[in-house]
Design a protein. Structure first.
Lengths: 221, 228
């Protein structure tokens, strides 16, 4: 399998070239174009109806995922993209995990298992959901968000505005707190923030759809 | 006439440099700046002749403007900048006595000797339940198109499926039908892909990286209801 992210940073999309016998999994509606001799099949997100339901209800993910399988004799291309404009990232897992914000998942290779684990009430209040999506295994996972993705190495702890955390390494812990004192938190427009604790990498998005809709809403009349 | 796409791919605009007495025909509302001595003329047709009104009605039906604007340069020539409301890229394509089928919302402008019509496959798409309309560009001269996101071409050789929301334009040497993406209709709809266009033959189809309805599905629930 060869893949290439193009259109970054504003309008990133992924060309995936599948060799005979290979397949790739992608979230519902991610396919922009594909060779007609690839087989597209629907799978429950997570393999069974129960996990799919949990992911839909609590993980902010779609109920179904699509599997693109190359049963032909040549290399075939499928092009995948997320719903919002913004950047995408590719992570190569080697018997390791990455945690994703609800809605960030775009696609993965078959060796990667998508699981849902309890994220805690802190995550919920940080608008990151009660459960977190954890991609585990060996292979490639692609994820993205509205806006640009910024990587940050955290040692100790770090503060991220709510709804701006996209991905983090599984050993990181999340807590929710006020941005400053009660007064400055409310008047300064920051309100609640997410406190990330531990040592590892986090990915932050430069824009959020919540922020964009807050800006857009007063203009609708 | 010289056309340059500037500031692409994120927020592209097309700079059209007109020579003496040259004209460019553009979708109404697409001009963002121009030399003050250019002459602007608004009609319902792209080229002189009968049937202009009917074509205009059809364009309106397709969500495009009823009117087309013609920017004509005098002896000294001049520049006009064209753009569109959606963020994304633009492209130019040169027609040489041939036809190009353009998804209605991607049309920006064309040269004076290109005919703009909405006759082709329009009703086939309507019957399939997709609100898709095609503009048929025919003749000789440059064409300017826009997209939501980046544009990538696919040289079709064997069949290719494109999600209906990702099509910008395609050459009319390609056959096209509206079909399902998966093995069965059930799979296609459950998988969220719904209807796709199947291109068959030899030619180029230009795709846009992003799909406006998909973005709308994510942004829409966060927007407040419009007061009545």
């Amino acid at each position: 399998m060869r893949s290439e992210i193009q259109g970054a940073p504003s309008f990133a999309y992924i060309h995936v070239d599948l060799e005979p016998g290979e397949s790739v999994l992608a979230e519902s509606d991610a396919m922009a174009s594909m060779a007609a001799d690839l087989d597209m099949r629907v799978r429950f997100n997570g393999g069974n109806i129960f996990t799919a339901l949990l992911k839909k209800l609590f993980g902010g993910e779609s109920f179904f995922v699509n599997e693109f399988q190359n049963n032909s004799s040549g290399s075939k291309r499928v092009t995948l993209v997320q719903g919002t404009p913004g950047n995408l990232r590719q992570v190569d897992l080697n018997n390791s995990s990455v945690c994703l914000q609800p809605g960030a998942y775009v696609a993965s290779s078959p060796g990667v298992k998508l699981g849902l684990s309890w994220a805690g009430f802190a995550s919920f209040f940080g608008r990151e959901g009660l459960f977190r999506l954890k991609a585990t295994g060996t292979g490639t996972v692609w994820y993205g968000a509205y806006g640009e993705l910024v990587e940050k190495n955290v040692e100790g702890d770090y503060i991220v505005d709510t709804a701006h955390l996209v991905a983090y390494e599984p050993q990181m812990r999340l807590k929710v707190q006020l941005a400053g004192g009660v007064f400055s938190s409310l008047l300064g427009g920051e309100g609640f923030v997410t406190r990330v604790e531990g040592t590892g990498k986090i990915i932050v998005q430069s824009r959020s759809l919540h922020g964009f809709s807050r800006w857009l809403n007063p203009k609708i009349y | 006439m010289n056309i340059e796409i500037v500031q692409g791919p994120g927020n592209a605009a097309a700079k059209v440099s007109l020579g003496a007495n040259e004209t460019i025909t553009a979708e109404s509302g697409s001009m963002i700046a121009m030399n003050s001595h250019l002459h602007m003329n608004t009609t319902t047709h792209s080229r002189g002749g009968a049937g202009g009104l009917l074509k205009a009605v059809k364009r309106m039906f397709a969500g495009e403007s009823f009117f087309l604007n013609h920017y004509k340069a005098g002896q000294e020539g001049g520049d006009v900048y064209l753009s569109t409301p959606l963020p994304g890229d633009m492209m130019t394509h040169e027609l040489n006595d041939e036809s190009l089928i353009v998804q209605a919302r991607s049309f920006v402008a064309c040269g004076d000797d290109v005919d703009v019509d909405l006759g082709w496959q329009g009703f086939k798409s309507l019957l399939s339940g997709e609100s898709m309309f095609w503009i048929h560009l025919k003749g000789t001269g440059p064409v300017i198109l826009n997209s939501f996101g980046a544009i990538y071409p696919i040289e079709v050789d064997g069949d290719v499926l494109v999600d209906t929301g990702h099509i910008v334009a395609f050459q009319d040497t390609l056959d096209f039908s509206i079909t399902k993406a998966g093995k069965s209709w059930l799979h296609s709809f459950m998988g969220g892909e719904g209807l796709v266009c199947r291109f068959h033959g030899t030619g180029t189809v230009w795709c846009q990286s992003h799909n406006p309805p998909s973005f709308g599905l994510q942004l829409g629930p966060m927007l407040k209801r419009r007061p009545r």
